[in-house]
Design a protein around this ligand. Sequence first.
Ligand code: 13P
Ligand code: SF4
Length: 349
Amino acid sequence: MSTLTRSEVVHILRNKTGGLLTEEQIQYKTGLVEQILELKESMNALILGHNYMKPGLFYTVPDYCGDSLDLCRKAAQTDKDYIVFCGVRFMAETAKLLNPDKIVLLPSQKAGCSLAAGITAEDVKTLRKQYPGVPVVTYVNTYADVKAESDICCTSSNAAAVVDSLNSDTVIFLPDEYLAINIAKETGRQIVFPTKNGQSGKHKDTDLDVQMIGWKARCEVHEKFTVDDIKQVRKQFPDTYVLAHPECSPEVVAASDYSGSTNQMIKAVEESDAQQYLLLTECAMGDNIAAMHPEKEMLRLCSVRCPHMNEITLEDTLAALQNKQYQIDIPTDIAQRARRAVERMIAIG
Ligand code: 13P
Ligand code: SF4
C-alpha cells in the first residue's frame, strides 16, 4: 500500500467513495494519505483497518483490512515496530496483547464499543462463583480485564467452533445477548440470562442442565435492525439477498438469507449472483462493498453508523503516527491472562 502514487490515491478517492467528495476534498485527503504513507514507511509501522472504516481510509492507508479475527491474526504475525489500529479500542488492545513489546496506537480515545462497555471483570467473577467449573467464552468485543477472567475468546466468525471445542455440557458466553442466542441456536443449546446480581430467575446456581449462560449487553448498531426492515425492502425488491451480522436479533437473523462476520458477509456477496443485497450491519461496510462490486446493487439502511468506528479519520490516523498517540497500555498481570484467552482462540484456527 505504501507504494501508492499520488495519482493512484486521487483515483481511489474519486472512484471508491460514492462520488461524494468535492475536488477540493479529494486534494485535501490525498495530502493526508501521502503523509500517512510516508510516516508509515519511515516509522516501520503496520496499519490495520477494520471493515467498518469509511472508503476514503479503507482503500488507502491500511496494509490489511478485515474482520476482528483476521486482524488479530495479522497483528500476531507482524514484525513491524508500530501497529496503528484503525478500529476500536478492544481491537487495539487485542493487538497489544499479541505484541506486548510493540507500540500499538489507537487514533481516537473515543473509539469504544457498547458491547465492551456492557460487562466488567467483576461481573465475570460473579458468574464464575455462581457457576463453578463452567468454562467462560468471551467475545473479542470486550476489554482486556474481562478477557483476563475468561478461558477463551471468540469472534463472530468462529464463535460456534470455539463453543464446540470446549466439549463442555454448559458454557458461559459473554457479553452479547443476541450473538449468544444465535450461537446457542447454531450449537443446539438452551440459554438462560442471569441478572446483574448473579441470579438467573427460574434457574438456581446448581441448575447446570442449561447449556449456555448469556449476558444482556448489545451492539447499539445491530440491535436497531428489525424484521420489518427486511419485509419493507423485500416488498419492493423481492429477490434481495439479505445478510445480517450475528449481533442482530435472532428474529432478524432468522429472516435473513445469510449471517456471518464482516469478512464472511463480504465473501457471501462476492459468491452470490443476486442482483440486490441488503446488508444489516454498519453502513460504511456497504459503501466499501459497493466500491468493490459496482455491478451489484447494495441496498442499505444507511443511517446506522457505528459512532465509535466513525471516530477514526485520516486526520486522527496521521496525528497518531506524528505524535505516537494514543498508546495502548495493559497492566502485565491482566495482559498475561488475557493473552492466554486470545491465543487459545487463535490456536483453534
Ligand atoms: P467482525 O468480527 O465480524 O468484523 O465484527 C466486529 C464488530 O464489531 C461487529 O460489530
Ligand atoms: Fe461495538 Fe457495535 Fe460498533 Fe461493532 S458496531 S464496534 S459491536 S458498537
